[in-house]
Design a protein around this ligand. Structure first.
Ligand code: GRG
Length: 321
């Protein structure tokens, strides 16, 4: 018998439904005539962005939108406002995975259970596919014809571009600099915050930017209220982002290549410093749980629905891949 009460959220079902919606949207986008020639380029893009993936960043964006927006609908129409931004977030994420797998970076032949992009195609195609995906992400936001205002678009572009100029890229360069070298917890946390948490935080913030601007909060408190909600979302995003990386590091040790869809046990082989390799699996789990609890506390003043974001935070530490 199910132990769920009526008000509990079945987060796995929510994730599965939203993943289907996001996958469908991306598939539709890439079925357009704009993405046919040169075939090799767009095939590599399609291969990389439509090859599975949990869509956790896209779902977080959607959940932050739903949690900050008062307009609810029985059908999925209202989600259209978010889907282009989500598609851009997933393009950025997928391109970062393509570049991360390159021989000059993490050098991994397997991604999402299939050969990495540079293995399925070649290195030059993988680099160029990543480049196209990154610029396409911004093109899509700018050309979005839904209810998103120009101010919202600028804010979203600002958040996402900062996520990689001041997040993923510096995070990756530090990660590479520390490979094969022992480093301490402080350095590991700095790298996780940049390399992983920056895009997770940005995804949550983008959902908030869209949701708040379309919601019915009005009056002179609006700016102040919105700022406070965005600050809470930002802190929530950073904390769950670091926890996500800790769990990623634990799964690298405890799971297998088939379940993960990427080569397991690589961190130890590459002599990398990760949370579990420095402080052990149990201490790392405790650290992730503490971060998730702190992230959920950040939501308490939101004055909006936060069950969804709390459940997603909990999912992050319970995930198996
Ligand atoms: C973005 C311009 C730009 C450059 C990229 C290569 C690079 C610079 C950054 C690497 C960032 C990176 C790969 C971080 C790891 C984050 C991480 C834990 C990814 C795995 O995410 P999941 O589990 O993957 O959500 P799926 O496959 O489910 O989408």
């Amino acid at each position: 018998m199910s132990t769920k009460t009526k008000s509990d959220i079945d987060i796995e079902q929510y994730l599965a439904n939203k993943k289907k919606l996001i996958d469908g949207h991306i598939k539709k986008l890439f079925s357009s005539n704009n993405y046919i020639k040169p075939e090799r380029l767009w095939n590599a893009v399609r291969y990389s962005v439509l090859n599975g993936g949990k869509r956790i960043r896209g779902v977080l964006c959607l959940a932050a939108f739903e949690s900050t927006n008062k307009i609810k609908s029985e059908n999925n129409l209202y989600i259209e406002d978010c889907l282009t931004t989500i598609c851009s977030i997933e393009l950025i994420h997928s391109m970062s995975l393509i570049h991360d797998d390159l021989p000059s970076m993490d050098n991994d032949d397997l991604r999402r259970g299939k050969p990495s992009c540079h293995k399925a195609f070649d290195e030059a195609t993988a680099i160029l596919a990543g480049d196209a995906m990154l610029s396409l992400a911004f093109e899509l936001i700018i050309e979005n014809t839904n209810k998103i205002s120009n101010i919202q678009k600028l804010k979203i572009i600002n958040i996402l571009s900062k996520a990689f100029s001041h997040g993923l890229v510096p995070g990756q360069i530090l990660d590479l600099a520390y490979s094969d070298k022992k480093c301490g917890l402080k350095e590991i946390e700095d790298i996780s915050k940049l390399k992983t948490a920056a895009l997770i935080k940005a995804s949550v913030l983008c959902g908030g930017i869209i949701g708040l601007d379309l919601s019915s909060i009005s009056g002179e408190d609006k700016l102040h209220t919105n700022r406070r909600i965005l600050d809470s979302l930002e802190n929530y995003g950073t904390k769950i982002g670091i926890a996500f990386q800790i769990i990623d590091d634990i799964l690298d040790i405890t799971s297998d290549t088939k379940t993960l869809g990427k080569t397991s046990g690589k961190d130890e082989k590459q002599n990398k410093s990760t949370y579990p390799l420095i402080i052990g699996i149990d201490e790392s789990k405790k650290m992730a749980e503490k971060l998730i609890n702190e992230a959920i506390l950040e939501l308490k003043d939101l004055q909006t629905e936060n069950k969804l974001l709390s459940s997603l935070a909990r999912f992050i530490i319970n995930r198996i891949n």
